[in-house]
Design a protein around this ligand. Sequence first.
Ligand code: SIN
Length: 368
Amino acid sequence: MELKLIRGGVRELNRTSSGEPYPRFEVRPSTPVIGAELRGVDLAAELDDELRAELRRALLEFKVIFFRDQEITSTRQLEIARIWGEPEANPFFPTGDEVRISRLAKDGQMFGMENVWHSDHSFLAKPARGAVLRAAEVPDNAGDTMWADMAAAYDNLPEDVQALIDGLEAEHDWISTWGRILPDDKRDALREELPTVVHPVVKVHPGTGRRTLYVNEPFTDRILGLPEAEGQALLEYLRLQARVPEYQVRFRWAPGSVAIWDNWAVQHYAINDYYPSRRVMERVAILRVTAGTDHHSDHRAVRNIRRRSPRSPAAGRLRGRFRMRRQPHAVWDSARTAAGSQRSSGEDSRDAVYWSYISHGSRSPGGR
Ligand code: SIN
């Protein structure tokens, strides 16, 4: 079998719907599989139980839901997040009015680095359930965000690749990204709190039952149970699946726009085509929800990695077939280099400012 990252032809595009209508708002699907704008909801007003249940259902079906012209404060944004679960702090982002609000303010001094396909907090043992993102200041005709449906990505993998990866696990870590731009002492201190974690390569989403590809470019470092080179080649092939346009939706922000996404179902990418204009977003990450529906219970923090053999006969058949080369994390390397040069020479640069921003940003001791 020949594996090709991008192949032409028909894609299998399934959206999982409960079949129930949404009487409390109008739904405008953005694509066949992912994204919908919900009209007729005022997020600033009291949201009763029925409306909350519909919003939860809509998020499961569309994976990312959009709202326009909302006038909400950061405090209200935290309350909206609680429709799904408790807000949680990000260990690395600078904060807004309170520690669980990440304020992503970009301009000529501070450039956006979230333009890589990723899943929030996959480097944690209990990755975020979702997020609520609000546009505070947006550049003209730029600064869109994209999301990719990782169940669609899984569905379209060749069957023997699916069989191979269904039983595999991968290491996730922040060291090769955030770790490159933190000063050594801060990185080492944080390491104690945030060790390498292992997650299944394919996760079954508890709300939809869909098998979902769960590896991402910045934070998934290694597939366990395969020889190193083959594991890296397979990992690269899987990480790049988020780039297939048929799995994606792209959203144009305006002041008052809000997006809420299911971080267990999608990856996202913040397009950085607005530099040096200003773009300010506030993000609240949502911690996992009710016990018993937690598909992350199979996540565990690991310090000593146990190597496993591939569990499927397909794994043997595919051995030696993955020969893609892993790309270095260029942006993080350049930030690290610039941070180092600023520390030694006092020279200013965009990258160095970013390093400074992280090293002085507040964070919650409970931010996991
Ligand atoms: C992020 O959560 O990666 C940021 C998304 C954005 O700023 O559009």
